[in-house]
Every structure is written in structure tokens, then in C-alpha cells.
Design a protein around this ligand. Structure first.
Ligand SMILES: Nc1ncnc2c1ncn2[C@@H]1O[C@H](COP(=O)(O)OP(=O)(O)OP(=O)(O)O)[C@@H](O)[C@H]1O
Length: 234
């Protein structure tokens, strides 16, 4: 069980980005973090991974403090050494313990320089490495950005496989449907907190609530301009 208790993180004094996050995620489950741009999803992931110090609170895995060595983290942006080939990267990151057969799914040109890969190919290579690392906690920050439909399906299958292996998988997205498809629970991060956690039975409620909230924002924006959405307000 991964447990976050009253987690507070700030980049600037007295301006917390996370302000009292509480979460419990059991082993063998997929947890989605939904939130608008700038809500603090990446900050939360960096806090779990240990890249950012907590101002307050605790993050524990099975009662002990989390360690880098328990966690793999697929960042939104993936960074590679420019003069490395795909095969060299996967070999280096996994210390040689990867299953080459998985490239039948990813179809990466492993003997080419990663520098020549497309954005989606780089994402697939990074995802493959994260999968092979076989850690207790797997953090996937916007994993579906920039990949084709076939790869989206393949990522879904491998994420479900990780759940079967008993891992704690945490995924972020701005798009509800990418999360409702595979997550066991979804937390909505807003104003530094995860106020509500939605289970599968409540996903339609989550969708309705988020849509209403966005529509209200749009209405307000247009009203403050002196018109209604759809009208030409100059
Ligand atoms: N290194 C930093 N220094 C100062 N402020 C930061 C830093 N990193 C992030 N922030 C701020 O923290 C807030 C949350 O950023 P974060 O990247 O965690 O949000 P996010 O939910 O992942 O956003 P997005 O969906 O756009 O990726 C934003 O206001 C951002 O400007």
C-alpha cells in the first residue's frame, strides 16, 4: 500500500502547490490523477519519487519511507543521451535484463540513434524501459501524449499487465476517458488537494462534474466579456 498523508509541497514560500494531499493506493491497482494544467500532477509525482522535498507530511510504501529504488517514473518529456542507439539505451537502463520480444509490439529501429526517433518512438522506448525496470511503484506522467492508436492500446495492455504483477501504477492525464478506461480509482487534483476519489461506479459522476465545472468557467469568462459563449464579442 502506498500512503500519502497530509503532503505539502511549495516551490515558493507560502504558496503551496500541494497542500494536504491524502491518498492510499493498494498493491495491484491503477490509480489515475486527473487535473487541469498546472494543478500539480507532476509536482505530486516528483514528491512521490523523492525529487522534491516535502514541506510537510509523509509518503510511505508498506509502512516504510519510499525510495527511488522502489519506483520507476515515466516523465512527460523524455531525455536521452543524443549519441545513443535505442538498443544501447534499453540495455543500459535495464542492465541487460530486457525482453527483446517486446519490440515486436513497439517496432522500434533499435540500431538507430535515438536522436533520429520521432516523439512517439522516444515515448515508446522510455515506456518499455519503465516496464522492464519491474519496480513496485510505476509513475506514468501523461504516457499517452504523442503516441499512435496502436501504441495507446499496447500501453493499456502493458499497464494492465503491471497491475496483474501486483504493482501500484499511477497515471496522470487531462483527458478523463484515458483514465476511466483502465483506472481502478481516479483522484481529482485541484487547489492542492485530492478532495474526492472516484471509483468505477462513480466515473460518470466524475465526468459530469468536470464538464459542468469547465462549462461554468467558460460561461463566466464570456459573461465577464459582456456576452455569451457562441456570440461574437469582438
Ligand atoms: N520548478 C518549479 N519552480 C517553480 N514553480 C514550479 C516549478 N515546477 C512547477 N511549478 C509550478 O507548480 C504548479 C504545478 O505545476 P505541475 O507541473 O506540477 O502541474 P501539472 O498538473 O503537472 O501541469 P500540466 O498538466 O500542465 O503538466 C504550476 O503553477 C507550475 O508553474
Amino acid at each position: 500500500m502506498l500512503e500519502l498523508t497530509d503532503v505539502r509541497v511549495s516551490y515558493k514560500k507560502d504558496k503551496p502547490i500541494l497542500n494536504g494531499v491524502n491518498l492510499s493506493i493498494p498493491k495491484g491497482s491503477i490509480f489515475g490523477i486527473l487535473g487541469m494544467n498546472g494543478a500539480g500532477k507532476t509536482t505530486l509525482f516528483k514528491a512521490i519519487y523523492g525529487w522534491i522535498a516535502l514541506e510537510k507530511g509523509q509518503i510511505k510504501l508498506n509502512g516504510d519511507c519510499t525510495k527511488h529504488t522502489n519506483i520507476s517514473f515515466l516523465e512527460t518529456q523524455n531525455y536521452f543521451y543524443p549519441y545513443m542507439k535505442g538498443i544501447e539505451y534499453i540495455r543500459l537502463v535495464t542492465k541487460g535484463t530486457f525482453d527483446i520480444k517486446l519490440n515486436q509490439i513497439f517496432e522500434l529501429p533499435l540500431d538507430e540513434l535515438i536522436d533520429n526517433y520521432s516523439t512517439g518512438m522516444k515515448k515508446k522506448l522510455a515506456f518499455w524501459a519503465v516496464f522492464e525496470l519491474n519496480k513496485d511503484i510505476v509513475i506514468l506522467d501523461e504516457p499517452f501524449n504523442g503516441i499512435d492508436i496502436e501504441s495507446v492500446e499496447c500501453f493499456y495492455s502493458l499497464i494492465i499487465e503491471m497491475r496483474k504483477q501486483g504493482k501500484i501504477v499511477i497515471i496522470s492525464s487531462h483527458i478523463i476517458e484515458t483514465l476511466t478506461r483502465i483506472c481502478d480509482e481516479i483522484g481529482y487534483l485541484s487547489k492542492g488537494k485530492i478532495d474526492q476519489i472516484y471509483s468505477k461506479e462513480n466515473y460518470s459522476k466524475l465526468q459530469t462534474e468536470v464538464r459542468k465545472m469547465i462549462q461554468a468557467k467558460v460561461q463566466n469568462a464570456f459573461l465577464s466579456k459582456g456576452g455569451k459563449p457562441g456570440e461574437n464579442n469582438g
